[in-house]
Write a protein of this length. Structure first.
Length: 578
């Protein structure tokens, strides 16, 4: 059935009785593809019937659909002229893992972060009202996403309008980890409760319906078509629907990597120790020794390796849901009462709480520890999830310490040191393997210190994070110790000005960082050099002033020129030219 469907027009030529067979074919197609080309599996399996029904009932692309958290949009992509290239998903030069406006006219709004759909569709509906355009406006949002402040703000606005906007609440009680917060309990009894939260917001509530039944879905859509003004359809779905393994363990099968479709075995490649592994182990040790330490996270328990810590300290690890702003200010409140909050958050999600970092934490100089996961490029999740702005946007904030580690020992020591610092302390770390070291006692680091790793006389390199470890290996491998002075800066702010001043007479100085060049580490180094009359050649190696697309981390590092081969070539060329 699926092989004859290229677009929604083809889909609408089918008899409604054929849609169940089409849903089966689509599940098999997604399982076959994602078993070898990893992506977000569970969420997509859960919305197959919904995706088919939406494109069957509504006149897309004229009618506007906005998907919230685009990892549930794979069936949508397959139905909208991308089936033939679906096996390029999340690969370099292939289709993105999330809806992207430049990729298809059916992708009406770019998504990746959650809770944006209701705001976007409300804006689209108002624009159509201004232009006197009549069409349908539909936002599909998950139960974990609708609890976010932005979604609630948008419903508050939408509810007092007369806009023909339909919200579809895809209620499956789970985001990546099980949903948190009280609203999940409200959703369970909402059928019997009048008024409910949505009616209090001024929306007509329709529900609940079985999201895997075409009859119920079309009945719901028909009811919505007959309802004037903003309305919400509440559907119940099962994440991972139709694949027993994914239904039984919804967290594990959210994005399982490569797997054997028939046996259900997840094919795990040999795993090196990662920054995330070290973080989880170290935080648990610190919490054992210091009863004032707690951890908070906005819905990233599994991704940030907090599950074991949560099991060990169930009353001291707080998953506040998809609520980044609340997560930061909640931590600020804890800090005012002599609790030491380690706020564990992806770099890309910290962007959503920038005002709270400034206004609620830094302005009051509160000792919140920001553990910034997925700093730098993250690979196939692409532009919405890369975390390369944090150095730049934190650099400009008074009071805050900004740090990163090149190896396991330094990382552990940064986490240890942060608990004793009476000001905001940010520790950024990548989604990558870590340079391992022998387990040793924690050491208190001097804030603003650096470490000279080699003492060559021709070229000076200022570097941070995992790139320092990479460059050190290159220097040792190519026997460049006498030519290159390598300085590792675990502290980006405050920076070691004295050491920078000492290298001002080098003819060539290079800076390396995993962040955007504008306002970053390299610019800080150059600024201090120029204040001390540096007149040599300065080379700044950082991410370009553009949004970086999806590809593997290795592929992206090669393009940027910070992989081992590119750095080696640069250094050898500079030395030979001297």
């Amino acid at each position: 059935m699926l092989e004859n469907i290229q677009n929604p027009k083809d889909l609408r030529s089918l008899d409604q009785t054929n849609l169940t067979e089409l849903a089966h074919d689509m599940r098999e197609f997604i399982l076959d593809t994602l078993s070898t080309k990893p992506g977000h599996l569970g969420a997509s399996l859960g919305v197959i019937e919904l995706s088919i029904a939406l494109h069957y009932h509504y006149q897309t692309p004229n009618d506007l659909l906005v998907w919230d958290v685009g990892h549930q949009a794979y069936p949508h992509k397959i139905l909208t002229e991308r089936k033939a290239i679906f096996d390029t998903l999340r690969q370099k030069n292939g289709i993105a893992g999330f809806p992207v406006r430049s990729e298809s006219e059916y992708d009406t709004f770019g998504v990746g972060h959650s809770s944006t759909s209701i705001s976007a569709i409300t804006g689209m509906a108002f624009a159509d009202k201004i232009h006197l355009i009549k069409r349908k406006h539909i936002a599909i949002i998950g139960d974990a996403s609708i609890t976010s402040g932005m979604a609630l703000e948008a419903m508050n606005h939408l509810g007092e309008t007369d806009l023909d906007v339909l919200i579809i609440l895809n209620d499956n009680s789970i985001g990546i980890d099980p949903s948190s917060g009280y609203l999940k309990h409200h959703f369970k009894k909402i059928n019997e409760q009048r008024p409910n939260i949505f009616e209090d917001f001024g929306l007509t509530y329709l529900g609940s319906f079985d999201g895997h039944s075409f009859n119920e879905l079309f009945n719901a859509f028909n009811l919505a078509d007959q309802t004037i003004g903003p309305k919400i359809i509440h559907i119940k779905t099962t994440k991972g629907k139709g694949y027993e393994n994914a239904e039984k363990d919804q967290v594990k099968w959210h994005a399982p990597g490569k797997f054997d479709k028939n046996s259900g075995e997840i094919l795990v490649a040999p795993k090196s120790k990662t920054y995330q592994d070290v973080f989880g182990e170290t935080l648990s040790k610190l919490m054992t020794k210091n009863p004032n330490i707690v951890a908070t996270t906005p819905a990233m328990l599994t991704g940030s390796q907090l599950i074991n810590t949560k099991n060990q300290f169930p009353n001291r690890v707080f998953d506040v849901g998809i609520a980044e702003q609340h997560s930061v200010t909640f931590a600020a409140g804890l800090a005012t009462q002599n609790i030491i909050p380690f706020t564990v958050i992806y770099s890309t999600f910290l962007q959503r709480a920038y005002d709270q970092v400034i206004h609620d934490v830094a302005l009051q100089n509160l000792p919140v520890v920001f553990c910034i996961d997925r700093a730098g490029i993250v690979g196939s999740d692409g532009a919405t999830h890369h975390g390369y702005f944090d150095i730049s946007f934190l650099n400009s904030i008074p009071n805050i310490i900004v740090s990163t580690a090149r190896n396991e020992q330094t990382f552990r020591n940064l986490l240890y040191t942060a608990q004793f610092t009476q000001q905001p302390f940010a520790i950024r770390y990548p989604k990558d393997k870590i340079e391992e070291s022998l387990d040793s006692e924690f050491e208190l680091l001097e804030i603003g210190s650096s470490e000279t790793l080699t003492s060559g006389s021709e070229i000076a390199i200022c570097s941070t994070g995992k790139l320092s470890a990479r460059i050190l290996k290159i220097i040792q491998k190519n026997q460049l110790n006498h030519q290159i002075k390598l300085i590792d800066f675990p502290f980006i702010k405050p920076i070691d000005i004295n050491t920078i001043t000492e290298i001002k007479n080098y003819k060539t100085i290079i800076s390396f960082e995993e962040g955007i060049a504008n306002g970053g580490f390299g610019e800080t180094v150059l600024c201090h050099l120029q204040q001390h009359n540096f007149s040599g050649n300065f080379i700044l190696k950082a991410y370009p002033d553009e949004f970086i697309p999806h590809a593997t981390i290795d592929e992206l590092e090669q393009e940027i020129g910070i992989d081992e081969e590119s750095i080696t070539q640069l250094l050898l060329e500079l030395i030979s030219s001297d």
